[in-house]
Design a protein around this ligand. Structure first.
Ligand code: AMP
Length: 418
């Protein structure tokens, strides 16, 4: 089905064509007609499926085609869990709206409030925001949502995980009851269902792909390696020039910094993305990664949430994630749209039960590989503190948000999302 068949405005079709998309992705083909009709919608789709365009394209169409109740009023609000995701959604929307006279602004914490307040006061038609900062600005009476027509909760499952429910409730309570509400989530959990009852009216459900089938274009490999050799194995694998744009996940920010130091000492250009970095440092790290100025970006789960970088060649789970959702999210960073990418997981002694649980969950075993010419027998240096000890000694929490390796089987793979 071509984009032309979906009923989008010609100026939006022109922008899509200039973006280089040739046909809608499945979530776009299913969601766009429903949203154009004005229905509430739940979209269950993994990241990388084109879900951002699935909701922003029809909303732009409605903003452009339906006369506003009032001039200079905010008509669409999109809530997303992280600043990075807000920035990315805004970049996408600006591209799709480039031929439309629609004002779009973004609101997130960690930067000055003043320009955001000015943009809200001038009545930006579309506001893309994280819930915390938006609530701050609303309590200072800087935002007027009395003419709001559309609300989007993007990555709703993540927002719940990150504890945003009270903030979201307060924002939504300040919006007109008569509105179109769209909710996107990677999983349809009980919590998401109850959010639906609270915020939506008779929503249509659009579900793309089975949850147990993370990004089918991604080759998934496992290297078994002793914990103390993980960083050395990464350096060894990076001698392969096809690993040209590599996103590495570590469990802790200390781990991220330690690996980054090691790569930099070998002249491998590396940046880090975690919660000890300032907003500017994180945006700079993303820009440098996107432009190719750095080859490796090392991130913790929370900091990397929703990052949208095209062309990632490899995702490396230097630390294997304890939750299946995190695994799916991480490997969704590669193989986006139709690109090919590899996902590599390092597995040490402690990770075997989590790996087996993942394999049960996705219904197949992952391929084990042995690195050629790598010295697996190198002994562990004495007095090397593990990351969590290092974190405790420094008085800090680990894991870019405190997520720790869990030994409680109910919080492992699949336990949370049923
Ligand atoms: P998302 O799932 O929204 O994060 O999108 C994943 C990636 O797919 C982004 O890089 C988009 O620019 C890209 N994308 C979205 N829609 C299409 C399409 N119809 N054709 C090709 N790429 C697309």
């Amino acid at each position: 089905m071509p984009f032309q068949a979906l009923g989008l405005h010609p100026l939006i079709l022109q922008a899509i064509q200039e973006t280089g998309y040739t046909e809608p992705t499945p979530i776009q083909g299913a969601a766009i007609p429903e949203i154009l009709k004005g229905n509430d919608l739940i979209g269950i789709a993994q990241t990388g499926t084109g879900k951002t365009a699935a909701f922003t394209l029809p909303l732009l169409h409605r903003l452009h085609s339906v006369a506003p109740a009032r001039q200079n009023a905010t008509r669409t609000l999109i809530l997303a869990p992280t600043r990075e995701l807000v920035v990315q959604i805004e970049e996408n929307v600006q591209a799709y709206a480039k031929h439309l006279p629609i004002s779009i602004t973004k609101v997130f914490g960690g930067v000055s409030e003043r320009p955001q307040i000015q943009a809200l006061r001038s009545g930006a038609q579309m506001v893309i925001a994280t819930p915390g900062r938006l609530l701050d600005l609303m309590s200072q009476r800087c935002a007027d949502f009395s003419a709001l027509e559309h609300l989007v909760l993007d990555e709703a499952d993540r927002m719940l995980d990150m504890g945003f429910l009270p903030a979201i409730r307060r924002v939504v309570n300040a919006l007109p009851k008569k509105r179109q509400t769209l909710m996107f989530s990677a999983t349809l959990s009980k919590e998401i269902e109850s959010l639906t009852h609270e915020f939506q009216r008779s929503p249509k459900v659009v579900q793309i792909g089975r949850r147990s089938n993370p990004a089918e274009t991604v080759t998934q490999l496992v290297y078994e390696v002793p914990r103390h050799l993980k960083a050395s194995l990464l350096c060894h694998l990076l001698t392969d020039p096809t690993m040209n744009m590599v996103l590495v996940f570590t469990r802790t920010k200390h781990g991220a910094d330690r690996v980054a130091r090691k790569l930099e000492s070998l002249s491998i250009k590396t940046a880090t993305l975690h919660s000890n970095r300032s907003q500017n440092q994180r945006l700079r790290a993303l820009d440098d990664f996107r432009s190719g100025a750095v080859r490796v970006l090392i991130a913790t789960d929370i900091a990397a949430r929703g990052i949208d970088v095209d062309g990632i060649s490899h995702v490396v789970n230097l630390d294997f994630p304890p939750q299946v959702e995190d695994y799916v999210h991480r490997i969704g960073r590669t193989g986006r749209a139709k690109a090919i990418g590899d996902a590599i997981s390092f597995i040490c002694q402690d990770d075997h039960s989590n790996l087996r649980a993942l394999e049960r969950f996705i219904g197949r075993g992952l391929v084990r590989k042995l690195a050629k010419d790598f010295n697996y027998a190198e002994p562990e240096p004495l007095n090397q503190p593990r990351d969590e000890e290092r974190g405790r000694r420094n008085g800090g929490g680990g894991g870019g948000g405190g997520r720790r390796f869990s030994t409680n089987s109910s919080s492992r793979f699949g336990g949370r999302s049923r």
